[in-house]
Design a protein around this ligand. Structure first.
Ligand SMILES: C[S@@+](CC[C@H](N)C(=O)[O-])C[C@H]1O[C@@H](n2cnc3c(N)ncnc32)[C@H](O)[C@@H]1O
Length: 203
């Protein structure tokens, strides 16, 4: 346990050293190495993007010369300077105003989301909210992803992962789950990765 914690802390130090505002960058890095959800040079929607380490990683390593990112969060990004190919949208990703802007800036080759509901400490409530958020992201991805596009969502274990996996299987050729090494051992989060969106919203 102590070893795990010091390993986690080493991710925080590494993030600072590499100029990322959050250690969560290493979760996306592992997901990308294992499942390649973010295509090089693509148009990417990052939901729950603040403080901005996932968007910054995609910008640094995967945008190539033609890609761009729409980064949505309730909170502001903490990226200074803000790279000009990251378009920040501040607000609730599922409000009509933000949904309209997301749609106007789309479609997207990948939707990546590290969004999590504010936790209460009550696991039943927290997992139910996480499932609800996951469902909203899957529904949003259905309308804004290109055929062949990919989706990453975060979910609290116990938060309906079987139901959400099943739902994603209707939209994507492959669906995998993963708890990255950079995820704290005490955290009960996992990620679901859907790749190869079907042409239509479901089969
Ligand atoms: C763990 S943080 C994301 C960290 C980010 N991936 C990074 O690497 O910097 C989760 C974020 O989800 C955001 N979030 C939760 N619900 C949201 C919603 N409905 N719309 C937009 N953002 C949301 C929170 O404000 C929070 O900043």
């Amino acid at each position: 346990m102590a070893h795990k914690r010091s390993q986690s802390d080493s991710y925080t130090k590494r993030a600072q050293k590499e100029g990322y505002p959050a250690r969560s960058v290493y979760k996306l890095k592992e997901l990308q190495r294992r499942f390649a959800p973010v295509p090089r040079g693509g148009s990417i929607l990052d939901i729950g993007a603040a403080p901005g380490s996932w968007s910054l990683y995609v910008h640094r390593k995967l945008l190539g010369s033609g890609g761009r990112i729409t980064a949505v969060d309730l909170l502001p990004l903490k990226l200074s300077p803000l790279p000009n190919r990251i378009t920040p949208l501040q607000g609730d990703a599922f409000s009509p105003e933000i949904m309209q802007k997301i749609t106007e800036l789309g479609p997207y080759d990948a939707v990546i989301s590290d969004a999590a509901p504010a936790t209460t400490g009550n696991r039943t409530i927290d997992t139910a909210r996480s499932e609800e958020l996951g469902l909203e992201i899957i529904n949003l991805a259905r309308t804004v992803l290109v055929p062949g596009g990919n989706l990453v969502i975060k979910l609290f274990q116990g938060g309906g992962e079987a139901a959400l996996t099943e739902k994603m299987r209707r939209d994507f050729s492959r669906v995998k789950s993963c708890k990255p090494k950079a995820s704290r051992s005490e955290s009960f989060e996992i990620f679901l990765i859907g790749t190869g969106k079907h042409t239509e919203g479901g089969l």
